[in-house]
Design a binder for this molecule. Structure first.
Ligand code: TRP
Ligand code: SF4
Length: 335
């Protein structure tokens, strides 16, 4: 997809603990690439986590620490990016409240993920004001930093469309026609490879099908060897279709092109069996897991390092957010 180059970028991730391969290839890898060319703010969306997890908040702090450590171990450079915690920058809540004043209920109710998640996560109580307001909070998250681009997956595009509309309405309501008060954010969509979990569904911690970025090699080996492949390949001689197999997607992310070509060819003719195909993958995947483990271990040997980095990032984010809120409060005449 052709995109103009972003100048300032904001993105957040809910703190769910250690990262898995899907997080890396779906988001973090992009975050790292963008940080080479744009000013980046990346945060732990802990308030967002509360919109669906308010009943038990005991795991959030630890999950958040694990997440930041994995971001950095995976190569996100805290010197280049501002890393912070959403709930520590109170301006997110203040802007959320003001945006809420101009956001029609119908706009929120019409967001596709609203009904979808309520149906899919029926065991959770998502019939709350907080859950409905999720996209307005997300709008505040990005508008506070004047971000022109938000790297998100396809599933978040409707949230970003709504964010633009909310910002536009806010600017119309309180602006004086000169420079807009808040910047309209755009989704920054980049090619992301598909990463499937060991059961063939999308990789997700909640499905229990994930391989962590720093998974212990023995455990990774077991998971891969037990992973589902193309169900058409019941016997060794049955030809398969790599395009529907999670192992093939992992080859595309981890193996050299000769191996990818070989698997793509030999799977279709039953020239290679799934066991050998998986062993080939492990040769390329395991060194990458070990590299991550080493980076994590190095970070863990420096107690307080993550906390210090995040504190610094949170201070910087607060300064930028406060500048925006100065303008916002003046426009709304709340000075
Ligand atoms: N909603 C995002 C998710 O669940 C997380 C998020 C919260 C976010 N605020 C954001 C992403 C702002 C980008 C920008 O993945
Ligand atoms: Fe999947 Fe490889 Fe088996 Fe083909 S040979 S079905 S790509 S594991």
């Amino acid at each position: 997809m052709a995109e103009r180059e972003p100048r300032r970028v904001v993105s957040g991730m809910r703190p769910t603990g250690r990262l898995h391969l899907g997080h890396f290839h779906g988001a973090i890898k992009n975050w790292i690439a963008i940080s080479q060319k744009a000013e980046c703010f990346y945060f732990s969306a802990d308030w967002h986590a509360l919109t669906s997890e308010y009943k038990d908040t005991s795991g959030i702090a630890q999950a958040q620490r694990e997440m930041f450590a994995d971001w950095i171990a995976a190569g996100l450079d805290p010197e280049r990016c501002t890393l912070f915690i959403q709930s520590q920058v109170k301006q997110h809540a203040e802007l959320f409240l003001l945006l809420g004043m101009v956001t029609p209920l119908g706009w929120l109710e019409r967001v596709p993920t609203y009904k979808e998640q309520q149906e899919q996560l029926a065991e959770k109580d998502l019939n709350t004001y907080g859950f409905l307001g999720y996209p307005a909070l997300q709008t505040a998250d990005v508008a506070l930093y004047g971000a022109d681009a938000v790297p998100v997956g396809q599933d978040q595009v409707s949230h970003l469309e709504l964010a633009r509309e909310i910002v536009r309405k806010f600017n119309h309501t309180f602006g004086k026609g000169e420079k807009p008060i808040l910047v309209e954010p755009h989704a920054y969509l980049t090619e992301v490879p598909k990463i499937l979990g060991t059961d063939g569904r999308k990789m997700s911690k909640s499905y229990g099908n994930a391989i962590e970025l720093g998974e212990d090699p023995e455990s990774a080996r077991k998971k891969i060897m037990a992973a589902v492949t193309d169900p058409a390949r019941k016997r060794r001689n049955d030809p398969g279709n790599p395009d529907i197999c999670g192992i093939y997607y992992l080859h595309k992310a981890y193996s050299p092109s000769e191996t990818i070509d070989l698997v793509n060819r030999e799977c279709r003719t039953a020239g290679i069996g799934c066991v050998d195909c998986k062993k080939l993958l492990l040769q390329n995947l395991i060194p990458s897991l070990e590299k991550h483990r080493a980076a994590r271990a190095a970070l863990d040997r420096e107690p307080g390092r993550i906390e210090a980095l995040v504190q610094l990032g949170t201070q910087k984010a607060t300064r930028v957010a406060e500048e925006t809120m100065d303008r916002v409060r003046a426009a709304v005449k709340l000075t």
